[in-house]
Design a protein around this ligand. Structure first.
Ligand code: NAP
Length: 346
């Protein structure tokens, strides 16, 4: 099929690099005409854009595990889209696909980089959430590095989000005790009432450290590190002998441009690592994809179908609202997997 008229993409580009907390001035809305797809390429309309904390790192030029977005370039991001025009033999108009197409309404993408989605198998949005990158991050980091055993205590923060909520539920399915840390009573109630966590602690409470200590009377065997900062400082003294710490994310520190004030905590940290024989291991989920992705899809989709696994999504409508939603995500304003509904599915 060929498209007669020119397709325009409405997109959000990086206008400037933030110094500290990002503002909407760091982004710019643009409209551009897209070229026709060349051989091997596919034109898609984007339905869902996933907003994820790692995007803060891409806005910065500081060294990271991936290159930054350049000024004037489209913000990167995982998307669910639908094929409008295809010059790749594996795709035809109407197919739903997972693409890394970024913050825009339409894109011409390399067919080799797409994965076809089956809308009858699972809601399309889950391909960038519970059955996508965040769900896989939880599954791989917890099982490969955390290795929770029956009866052990697993603690995770950002626990109502897509990574943390999956960590706690997988820990429970493996027979461990799950303790979630979240911001505010509503999120804590969700952990207990909907997700089946054994305890939930509000990190905004003035006596957070004491409440956390009370929630883990036997100490912590696995701390799935999502936030760093003050939460990590409260967790460290509670880690047991041979505790494992998969270091997944440090969202409390993503906006910092200078080292925190106060005493140097590094010697105390390393002495804890030594005397408690801790295993602290950073990871980026991509390292485990070839080894574990099939198992992840089978296990988590099976648990969802059996009614043993819950997930929550938080939608905002319109690509123009992506910057505000993203800034809110960094501040904990999201409640569940943050998604932009760029267009309707049908
Ligand atoms: N290593 C990897 O491959 C990989 C892959 C995906 C994600 N990650 C990381 O995993 C973590 C969770 O990601 P997600 O997508 O599931 O995010 P998310 O939970 O949907 O959103 C981030 C949450 O972090 C919490 N938060 C923000 N600032 C905080 C602070 N100062 N102290 C404590 N909590 C704070 C907020 O929840 P509250 O309201 O509960 O505070 C906020 O809702 C992030 O650090 C992310 O970078 C890593």
């Amino acid at each position: 099929m060929s498209v007669e008229s020119i397709v325009q993409s409405t997109r959000i580009v990086l206008a400037s690099r933030p110094d500290g907390v990002p503002t909407t001035d760091n982004f710019r809305l643009e409209a551009v005409n897209l070229p026709d797809p060349a051989d091997g390429q596919v034109l898609i309309r984007i339905i869902y854009l996933s907003l994820d904390p790692y995007m803060r790192g891409r806005m910065s030029s500081a060294e990271s595990y991936a290159d930054p977005v350049e000024i004037g370039e489209v913000m990167v991001g995982g998307t669910v889209g639908q094929v409008i025009d295809s010059r790749h033999p594996g795709f035809e108009s109407g197919d739903y696909v997972l693409a890394y197409a970024g913050w825009q309404s339409h894109a011409v993408v390399d067919g080799k980089l797409l994965r076809k989605l089956a809308p009858a198998a699972a809601p399309l949005s889950t391909a960038v959430g519970v059955l996508g990158m965040p769900g896989f991050t939880a599954y791989s980091g917890l099982l490969k590095i955390g290795q929770p055993r029956e009866g052990e205590t697993v603690v995770v923060a950002a626990a109502s989000g897509p990574v943390g909520s999956a960590v706690g539920q997988i820990a429970k399915l493996k027979g461990a005790r799950a303790v979630g840390i979240a911001g505010g009573p509503e999120k804590c109630a969700y952990l207990l009432d909907e997700l089946g966590f054994d305890a939930a602690v509000d990190h905004k409470a003035p006596d957070f450290a004491e409440q956390l200590g009370a929630a883990v009377p036997d100490g912590i065997d696995v701390y799935f590190e999502n936030v760093g900062g003050a939460v990590a400082a409260a967790v460290l003294p509670l880690l047991k002998l041979y505790a494992r710490v998969p270091v997944c994310g440090l969202i409390a520190q993503y906006n910092d441009s200078t080292a925190p004030e106060g005493p140097d905590r590094l010697p105390g940290f390393f002495s804890r690592v030594l005397v408690k024989s801790l295993t602290i291991r950073g990871f980026i989920q991509g390292e485990f994809v070839s080894e574990m992705y099939e198992d992840f899809l089978r296990d988590v989709s099976g648990w969802i179908k059996e009614g043993r696994f819950e997930y929550r999504e938080d939608f905002v409508d319109g690509i123009e609202n992506a910057p505000t939603a993203f800034i809110g995500l960094l501040q904990g304003k999201n409640f569940g997997k943050m998604l932009v509904r760029v267009a309707e599915e049908g």
